[in-house]
Design a protein around this ligand. Structure first.
Ligand SMILES: Cc1cc2nc3c(=O)[nH]c(=O)nc-3n(C[C@H](O)[C@H](O)[C@H](O)COP(=O)(O)O)c2cc1C
Length: 210
């Protein structure tokens, strides 16, 4: 196996280096974060740094890049406190990717790419109608990361929408049945297959497939 040292990595051309580093951490969930500003103007962007923080309370975080690079989602979340996270399916992955373009604040990515805002059960932020798995969040905390001027944005899950046929008897969601996609780096999208599920692991017994 080839060894890559930091010293070598730092000599690489910046886009090559970014692709290498961005994909090294592996497959990630990828979703559209949907918001609106105080005037009701909607905004949509692709985000793949989404991470489970805890299940009770149900907390989800994502990393927002520095404000000069990705200003609109974070500003809207700060202003209105509510946002939605919408899984991406193959039928609209191309236009979902297009929402990562730097559109002017006055332009809604919903209109620019042709996705449909959907307001459900009076939740303040719009959902993406085309998405088959989506959830609404209320902002809890924005933690600036001084190291590189990014932000860890943490929200509490308030509601979720998905087809019941993907829920297993124990509550586990078979996301591959909903065709939810995964991503790697900042431009690669994957369809998924379940390989295996295992019993809760305990030291005294090797856990078995369920
Ligand atoms: C696959 C993919 C994943 C991305 N993940 C993130 C992310 O986790 N955090 C982030 O700040 N930007 C991410 N971006 C870039 C944003 O989509 C882009 O900066 C977008 O314009 C942000 O828009 P905003 O200014 O409306 O917030 C990603 C882009 C792509 C294509």
């Amino acid at each position: 196996m080839k060894h890559f040292s930091l010293a070598e990595i730092q000599t690489w051309e910046r886009f090559y280096r970014a692709n290498f580093i961005n994909s090294l951490t592996g497959f990630k969930s990828v979703s559209l974060i949907s918001t609106k500003n105080a005037n009701g103007q909607t905004n949509l962007g692709v985000f793949s740094s989404i991470v489970h923080i805890g299940s009770n309370p149900a907390l989800v975080g994502y990393i927002n890049r520095p404000l000069e690079a990705a200003p609109h989602t974070l500003a809207n979340i700060e202003a209105t406190k509510f946002y939605t996270i919408n899984h991406i399916q193959p039928s609209f992955v191309g236009i979902a990717h297009q929402t990562s373009a730097k559109y002017d604040a006055a332009i809604s990515e919903f209109d620019a790419v042709g996705l449909t805002p959907e307001y459900l059960h009076n939740f303040e932020a719009p959902f993406v109608q085309e998405s088959q798995v989506k959830y609404g969040l209320e902002l809890q905390e924005i933690m600036p990361i001084k190291l590189n001027n990014t932000f860890l944005v943490i929200g509490k899950i308030i509601c979720a929408y998905l087809n019941e046929n993907i829920i297993q008897a124990d509550g586990f969601l078979q996301l591959e049945k909903a065709n939810s996609m995964a991503s790697n780096g900042i431009d690669a999208y994957y369809e998924t297959n379940l390989h295996s599920r295992y019993e809760y692991a305990k030291p005294e017994k090797i856990s078995q497939k369920i």
